[in-house]
Design a protein around this ligand. Structure first.
Ligand code: PLP
Length: 393
């Protein structure tokens, strides 16, 4: 059996979305900027997709800019706002659990003279709002905090953060790459200035995303070149990708509660059984304020990579929180930020369910997981040695 439980990494393209994209490869292949009929047909499709995406997030059409994905959107929003507002100040506030697309960018900005404060999160991964308020100084011009975490699935109080940002006249960017398609999103209601989105997490194609920029807010461009995206982002439009994103976004918003309800039920069933049937585990993240498909566990006394490899041998795809850098396996910064002890952080696995997963797949995964965890623990001197102490952690 093949089981894909890595939907937070990327999703399968919905066949219906793929069908909508197909004509834009070999039939309607004009450059959306060209003035002839081929170009106009492509441009019309891009405009329709922009409207669909705008509808899905409660934005106006001219507030949506297509990009190459969540990474570019994050980079554009943060760097673009940072440099545009240098006169106001050089201070940015973010959190300790952001995606690499934000954290790496911020580290780079720090080297260029910006100051960044990384706010703590509690044991469930929720941002400390008091600390956030206190961190704001007259030099603060941007807050960037993700709507949902990619590893532990925790949802942040975006509306409250936006209120604080508004009160102090600071711009607010949120990375909603994981949240979009999982929770109701209305940019006006939330009160954000910038929002990053990506198609491949919502059953759309890879390599296409969007940045919402509230009308009236001006930021620097990142990709300069042609006059695409109303002169804000150069580069020939990825027409098939944009078309796919439009349909995927429409579908994501239309069937949100039915789809996420089904996914949540399956995830909860899985989590309940894992808890009952596998000892010495930690469930990372908030119990309820989390993405419907996310389940993140630390399996005490064993390595996440070994679990991943053995599940993979059984046809099951999951992911670990560790990032393999320069030959050493570093535990996830997110798990460390929520206080998971380093030895347990190493034994963490993210299972991310999506709309194509079934009860049979969950059952199969639990059976294989039980066997894998047991056999690794039987071989693990760490587990035997620490067993007594670890049970209390
Ligand atoms: N932000 C978050 C929270 C993500 O989970 C991801 C992808 O994993 C990204 C940004 C990057 O998005 P993309 O892969 O579209 O560049």
């Amino acid at each position: 059996m093949k089981v894909y439980l890595d939907n937070s990494a990327t999703t399968k393209v919905d066949e219906a979305v793929f069908e909508k994209m197909k004509p834009y490869f070999c039939e309607i292949y004009g450059n959306a900027n060209s003035l002839h009929s081929f170009g106009r047909a492509a441009d019309k499709a891009v405009a329709e997709a922009r409207q669909k995406l705008a509808n899905a997030i409660g934005a106006k059409k001219n507030e949506v800019y297509f990009t190459s994905g969540g990474t570019e959107s994050d980079n554009w929003a943060i760097r673009g706002a940072a440099y545009r507002n240098l006169k106001k100040g050089n201070h940015i506030i973010s959190s300790k659990i952001e995606h690499a697309a934000v954290i790496q960018l911020l580290r780079g900005l720090e080297k260029s003279g910006f100051e960044v404060t990384y706010i703590d999160v509690d044991k469930d991964g929720i941002i400390d709002l008091e600390q956030l308020k206190k961190a704001i100084t007259p030099k603060t011009m941007l807050i960037s905090i993700m709507a949902a975490n990619n590893e532990i699935g925790t949802l942040q109080p975006i509306r409250e953060i936006a209120q604080i940002a508004n009160e102090y006249k600071v711009y607010f960017h949120t990375d909603a790459v994981q949240a979009f398609g999982n929770i109701e999103i209305d940019v006006k209601d939330l009160g954000v200035d910038f929002m990053s989105l990506s198609a491949h997490k919502i059953y759309g194609p890879k390599g296409v995303g969007a940045l919402y920029i509230k009308s009236g807010v001006v930021i620097d461009k990142q990709l300069v070149g042609g006059h695409q995206e109303r002169t804000m982002r150069g580069g020939t439009s990825n027409v098939p990708g944009i078309v796919g994103f439009g349909f995927a976004a429409e579908e994501a918003a239309n069937n949100l509660s039915i789809r996420t309800g089904k996914i949540r039920n399956l995830r909860d069933y899985f989590v309940d059984r894992v808890f009952k049937e596998i000892p010495d585990i930690i469930y990372n993240g908030h119990k309820t304020k989390r993405l419907s498909g996310n389940a993140n566990f630390s399996f005490k006394g064993i390595e996440g990579e070994s679990i991943l490899q053995r599940l993979d041998l059984n046809g099951i795809a999951v992911s670990t929180g560790s990032a393999c850098s320069s030959g050493s396996l570093e535990p996830s910064h997110v798990l460390l930020a929520i206080g998971v002890p380093i030895e347990h952080a190493h034994g963490s696995i993210r299972f991310s369910f999506g709309k194509y997963n079934t009860r049979e797949e969950a059952d199969y995964t639990i059976e294989k997981l039980k066997a894998v965890v047991k056999s690794l623990r039987d071989l693990s001197p760490l587990y035997v040695q620490l067993e007594g102490d670890m049970k209390n952690v």
